[in-house]
Design a protein around this ligand. Sequence first.
Ligand SMILES: NC(=O)c1ccc[n+]([C@@H]2O[C@H](COP(=O)([O-])OP(=O)(O)OC[C@H]3O[C@@H](n4cnc5c(N)ncnc54)[C@H](O)[C@@H]3O)[C@@H](O)[C@H]2O)c1
Length: 457
Amino acid sequence: MKIAVIGTGYVGLVTGTCFSEVGHDVTCVDIDAAKIEALRFGRIPIYEPGLDEMVALNVEHGRLSFTTDLKAAIEKALFVFIAVGTPPLEDGTADLKHVLAAAKSIGDYINGYKIVVNKSTVPVGTAEKVRNTIEATLRERKMRFDFDVVSNPEFLREGCAIDDFMNPDRIVIGCSDCRTEVLMKELYASFIRDGHPVMTMDTTSSEMTKYAANAMLAMKISFINEIATICERVGANVEDVRNGIGSDSRIGYQFIFPGIGYGGSCFPKDVQALVSTARTAGHEPRLLKSVEEVNQTQKTALLRKVEAYYDGDLTGKRFAMWGLSFKPETDDVREAPSLLLIDALVKAGAEVQAYDPKAMREAQRYLGPRAGVTYAEDSYSALQNCDALLIVTEWSYFKNPDFDRMKTLLKAPVIFDGRNIFSTDLVKMLGFDYDSIGRAPVLAHSQARATRLKAVV
Ligand SMILES: NC(=O)c1ccc[n+]([C@@H]2O[C@H](COP(=O)([O-])OP(=O)(O)OC[C@H]3O[C@@H](n4cnc5c(N)ncnc54)[C@H](O)[C@@H]3O)[C@@H](O)[C@H]2O)c1
């Protein structure tokens, strides 16, 4: 089937590539000419494991192409996917300007029956707005074409996006037209052969499903982070508590890892957008507000620990930072705790020497040139002449470092771990001062510091 995907970012590029992988004819369109140019030269603008090989193969076989020519892409396609960004406005509401601009382009270039599929995460009522925009544009053109608007939210996770897209837990389709439903199921037939369900519903419920899913996952993270804070206060170990509750099949282990808060381009903005939707509908969403508030506080947890350790004076201190992306296996730094942390440390008079295997270019783009921030070539050179190490993203290979080498590079053996990647017993044995989330600090070097840190939690 012929598909156009408008928006070639994390979702659009993966969606287009995976559809081409199962034999569909896909044109990915973007208004960012530099991005399209790079893709045409085989350069993938994002880091997503396995994506570069899959793009190259499908381009080679002629099933996948990239263009800025919206007209040609829309005219050729039966399915037109909208996969553009929906960033938050000042009040938390999702900004639909890119979605409606894409809808306007569809109205400008539609030349026959089309199925317009909204893959962007959008508030309830957006399918209707997209339909109205296309109809208004067609009226201006004094033309009439049959088309349908479908809501088809995307649940992929950055870092394992290809596997998630190729083997989805479910496919949610919001539509009201039987012919469209049959065609949508046909489009996805290759992804559901092993029994994963296609769930059809009205567009409002489909749009709501995406927000409810992300809010639920964000809630699990804020829940365990709140439990971690209580553990610190009462002297419990949150990792034991996590195992204790995760083994309960009603709870499960997923999304209950304590840390320094959720980030990324989805959870923060989607929780805010759902809060805004609820308020507009006349309901004050107290639970969702708390999820957000707990997360904001958690993002500063590591900073508070660092400040306590150094008696509130970070002037002239130099910190190594391992990890910049909001989670491992991606270069995405949108809303990453690292950015907030770097900002606060530099403002407090400290320097940061950061290392991330994939996200340094993105972090530099977001932070801009900034005095006091340097980027190291590898995880060990980041430690050189630093007072302590801060662990911000749990990339796998940070988990088993050469601790002896770390000790020779750091000025003092001190680690603040925002992701609980080391066992407290191990670092204690190795003679590090170590503070993590929801566990008692290990202080090999100073009893006075132990008392101060206990007071801060
Ligand atoms: N990133 C994720 O993990 C993820 C997962 C599920 C859903 N989503 C949702 O999918 C949507 C897209 O997210 P993303 O992370 O891929 O965004 P992104 O910012 O990475 O990519 C969006 C792309 O759309 C392009 N664009 C904007 N307006 C356009 C227009 N009028 N015509 C053509 N191209 C246009 C931009 O240039 C950009 O390349 C969002 O609504 C997001 O909430 C994201």
